[in-house]
Write a protein that binds this ligand. Structure first.
Ligand code: 6PG
Length: 255
């Protein structure tokens, strides 16, 4: 585990989503004390969806001046923005529309375009908006049962040019291209949050956090912020095989 990281175990997926939402609020509030805007990169998947719904609902929706938050994406499927598979569509429906996020604050990956062109175009957006070394204030990631994160899947890292900011990544298991931030952009973020829930993740959580470094097999092990913080939120089911040790905090259901 990277030195500047913490692991928190929540009783269930509901508490997991609540913890992820509350960390969003805490990090964005603290960021806005010294920055005009907070730049956040979001993930796709079921836990991010649940977090989005909480953020867009009372009382949390009232906690943030949403016009001071800019939204980016960690990865995207190579589909149009209104496709049911689109991470953008999921986020638009659960977060952007309910909160009335201004279109100018949303920077989506163009999954409908040629993958390589879309990746290059998004890298240019990051440089234009965040500078030549893009640093997200807050970046969310999920983890699949195979240990993938963003759209970096097992066996694909070798094919990723990690000197780039964004790449098109061929994912054999799905026979498709994906667009994804590279590990070096992810690791330049100030705060990284990984949310992982459900029993299907238990083996991967144990291998990733208790086992040896095998990042090609478990790409989420590539997540090691350069000088930022990494916070894992894991529910009891996903953490069932995790070795309890100092640094692994368990939050009770009454919390
Ligand atoms: C995606 C996500 C992906 C996701 C994991 C976990 O595009 O699907 O970016 O990396 O976060 O697959 O998804 P769940 O939380 O739904 O298991």
């Amino acid at each position: 585990m990277p030195v500047n990281s913490a692991i928190e175990i929540l009783p269930d997926e509901e508490h997991l989503a609540e913890a992820a939402a509350d960390r969003f609020i805490g990090i964005v509030e603290s960021t806005l004390r010294y920055r005009q805007v907070a730049d956040v990169a979001l993930a796709g998947g079921s836990t991010p969806r649940a977090m989005n719904v909480l953020l867009a609902s009372s009382p949390r929706r009232g906690a943030i001046p949403w016009n001071r938050v800019r939204f980016f994406f960690g990865d995207e499927r190579t589909v149009p923005p209104d496709d049911p598979e689109s991470n953008y569509r999921m986020t638009r429906e659960t977060l952007f529309e309910p909160l009335g996020i201004p279109a100018g604050n949303i920077f989506r990956m163009h999954g409908e375009d040629d993958p390589q062109a879309a990746a290059a175009a998004y890298a240019q957006v990051l440089v234009r908006e965040l500078g030549t070394r893009p640093r997200f204030d807050l970046l969310y990631l999920g983890m699949g049962p195979d240990g993938h994160t963003a759209s970096i899947f097992p066996g694909t890292y070798a094919g990723i040019d990690d000197t780039k900011l964004v790449v098109a990544n061929w994912v054999e298991k799905f026979n498709t291209w994906r667009i994804t931030l590279t590990p070096h952009v992810i690791n330049d973020a100030t705060h990284v949050v990984i949310t992982t829930g459900g029993s299907s993740k238990a083996d991967a959580v144990h291998a990733v956090l208790d086992g040896p470094a095998e990042p090609d097999t478990y790409p989420v092990q590539l997540v090691a912020p350069t000088d930022g913080e990494l916070h894992w939120f894991i529910d009891e089911a996903a953490g069932a095989k995790l070795v309890r040790r100092p640094g692994v905090a368990a939050r009770s259901s009454s919390a």
